[in-house]
Design a protein. Structure first.
Length: 199
């Protein structure tokens, strides 16, 4: 299984479908797929797509949202970036660019159909997965997912296997203030699940 996933990761990191044979308008910049995975990983972060800073660094969550996410999980960078323990698999592997309002575009449509099921199959030991944002929630929860808020409010239905969360971006500060249960109720349970998964 590990050899198959290693081969798949090489293919993903060389992927150019969004430029060479795009589903719609091509990616406006050179692709730089960002993924962290190993077949031994027991904790997964299934997120949306890399931002501009991650596109530059080539490493997932190397920005303020990463600091917040690590705080949510109760782990430091040394654990977070240990691919043998933590898989970080976005719905789209490349920074999709900015929309007209200066926000990140949705994940590219090419990535998930091409790669996602194959990557997930190569992660047989995942015990807990954090579903960051509605794109990951819809993929992994299917019809059980509703709106981001509606799905997150029902987190107990999915835990400890899945924890649906908003993106840890500063853009969601208002959401976090409005939904205080996220910090007081979900995060303690999430941190317990993370500890158990990594044990």
């Amino acid at each position: 299984m590990a050899e198959a996933l290693d081969t798949l990761l090489v293919q993903i990191r060389a992927c150019r479908f969004c430029v060479d044979t795009p589903n719609g308008a091509p990616l406006a910049h050179q692709p730089r797929p960002v993924i962290q995975a190993a077949s031994t990983a027991r904790l997964a972060i299934f997120s949306q797509a890399p931002g501009a800073r991650v596109h530059q660094s080539g490493r997932p969550f190397t920005d303020a949202s990463g600091d917040r996410l690590r705080d949510w999980l109760g782990i430091g960078p040394e654990v977070f970036y240990d691919e043998s323990r933590v898989a970080i698999v976005p719905m789209g592997f490349c920074f999709p660019g900015y929309d007209g309002k200066g926000g990140d575009r949705p994940p590219r449509k090419e990535c998930a159909p091409l790669w996602r099921a194959r990557v997930i199959a190569g992660l047989p030991h995942i015990r807990t997965a954090i579903l960051v944002g509605s794109y990951a929630q819809r993929w992994h929860l299917g019809k059980s997912a509703s709106s981001l808020t509606g799905t997150a409010e029902r987190w107990r239905e999915f835990a400890p296997r899945y924890f649906p969360t908003p993106h840890p971006s500063w853009r969601n500060n208002g959401w976090l203030k409005k939904h205080s249960w996220f910090e007081t109720e979900m995060l303690p349970a999430l941190r317990d699940a993370v500890r158990n998964a990594l044990r």
